[in-house]
Design a protein around this ligand. Structure first.
Ligand code: SF4
Ligand code: F3S
Length: 106
């Protein structure tokens, strides 16, 4: 499965959503996750993300491993998003910020 990691937080560009053939993105207030039960590993979303937030599960950087479980957990709580929408305000500013997990809104 593929996993959305930290750089998406407070950016939420949503370019990834438009290319997913199985609509497996789920939307929270300031972050998206991928439902690991639905993702078919097509890889299409990876190149779409302007902040390179999406990784294959096996390639998630060591300091982001908690996002694997977080995508699984939040995908059970959040609703599908199937169309691209505007990024969050200040997305370009937040794109440069590291260690944003504390900013995650559920
Ligand atoms: Fe969707 Fe493919 Fe990305 Fe999985 S890898 S989330 S199926 S676009
Ligand atoms: Fe997030 Fe990148 Fe998609 S910022 S919403 S994973 S395009």
């Amino acid at each position: 499965t593929y996993v959305v990691t930290e750089s998406c937080i407070r950016c939420k560009y949503t370019d990834c959503v438009d290319v997913c053939p199985v609509d497996c993105f789920r939307e929270g207030p300031n972050f998206l996750v991928i439902d690991p039960e639905e993702c078919i590993d097509c890889t299409l979303c990876v190149a779409e993300c302007p902040v390179e937030a999406i990784y294959a599960e096996d390639d998630v950087p060591a300091d982001q491993h908690q996002f694997i479980a977080l995508n699984a957990e939040l995908s059970r709580q959040w609703k599908p998003i199937v169309e691209r929408k505007d990024a969050l305000p200040d997305a370009s500013e937040w794109a440069k910020v590291k260690d944003k997990l504390g900013e995650l809104q559920r």
